[in-house]
Design a protein around this ligand. Structure first.
Ligand SMILES: [Zn+2]
Length: 291
């Protein structure tokens, strides 16, 4: 078996097994060369995402886009580099929280969203052109976009390099790609080990780290210009969401007593703004065409 990021042969045995109630036991492999980690027995790429969207993004779970600090920060970055004229696309835009924030600019705005209820909501609440479907089924203009947002999507895709290559084709000369994903070498992830909630999200198949993200981006002809760590909301990573806590208890990763604490006072405590900074288990990189 080869590493999907660096092609090196991976160790014959998985590093560990995780159990997802909806997908069963999943062996997790770790590449000894680039330290990328990935789940085996991955359904075919399109099926994985289609099944995910079919089962998890029902109408009742979709809520309207809301103002977000991260969207404001992104807006400032785009303004700084591209000013008033920018062609921006958010791939995996969900209900359009980023696009909502960019609403009063003169930017050309596009969103890609496979889940019909989310796409409908994004269309209702933002002025962006929303392309409903998977990227491979859409006909988007090549070398067109100054800024591509590709956040929290790549970990769901079976062949991340092929997917990223098709996205890079959309990038205009001098354009910027912002990619965000999970970081398995973040402090939180290392401390939690196999109890790290990101291993249990349905449809998460790739668990990146700084090194494997860098290799992947470079394999697609881009060079990283900026790196940040974060997660929104970050405390969720440290104190798993209630349903995630329940799941961890069910699979005996967390003693019930610990889970009770996480579910009660600690939740409020860990949500204080000043506790947010060091607990970042998502990596964000900005990249441009390497020349
Ligand atoms: Zn590798």
């Amino acid at each position: 078996m080869q590493c999907p990021i660096c092609d090196a042969p991976t160790p014959p045995a998985p590093a560990f097994l995780i159990h997802r109630y909806d997908e069963g036991d999943i062996p997790v492999m770790v590449c000894g060369v680039c330290e990328h980690s990935f789940a085996l027995e991955i359904p075919s790429a399109s099926n994985a995402i289609r099944e995910l969207y079919d089962s998890y993004y029902h109408e009742e779970k979709v809520s309207p886009p809301s103002p977000r600090q991260s969207a404001r920060a992104l807006r400032r970055l785009i303004e700084r580099s591209y000013g008033a004229e920018a062609r921006v696309i958010d791939i995996g835009c969900n209900t359009g929280s980023n696009l909502l924030e960019f609403g009063d600019t003169r930017w050309e705005l596009h969103g890609v969203e496979p889940a019909a209820p989310a796409a409908r909501m994004a269309r209702e609440h933002t002025r962006a052109t929303i392309h409903e479907g998977l990227l491979e089924d859409l006909d988007l203009p090549e070398a067109h976009f100054d800024y591509i947002i590709f956040n929290q999507v790549i970990e769901h895709i079976r062949e991340p390099i092929a997917a990223l290559q098709s996205i890079v084709r959309l990038l205009a000369p001098g354009g910027t790609l912002m990619l965000g994903t999970v970081d398995r070498q973040s402090r939180v992830a290392r401390q939690m080990g196999k109890a790290w909630p990101m291993y249990y999200s349905t449809g998460h198949y790739h668990f990146f780290c700084d090194q494997s993200v860098t290799r992947m981006v470079e394999a697609c002809g881009l060079a990283i210009t900026r790196r940040r760590w974060g997660g929104a909301p970050m405390p969720r990573s440290w104190v798993p969401h209630r349903s995630e806590v329940d799941e961890l208890v069910k699979y005996r990763f967390l003693p019930v007593k610990v889970a009770r604490v996480l579910n009660s006072q600690a939740w409020a405590f860990m949500s204080m703004p000043w506790t947010r900074i060091p607990i970042c288990d998502h990596i964000f990189v900005w990249a441009r065409h390497s020349t």
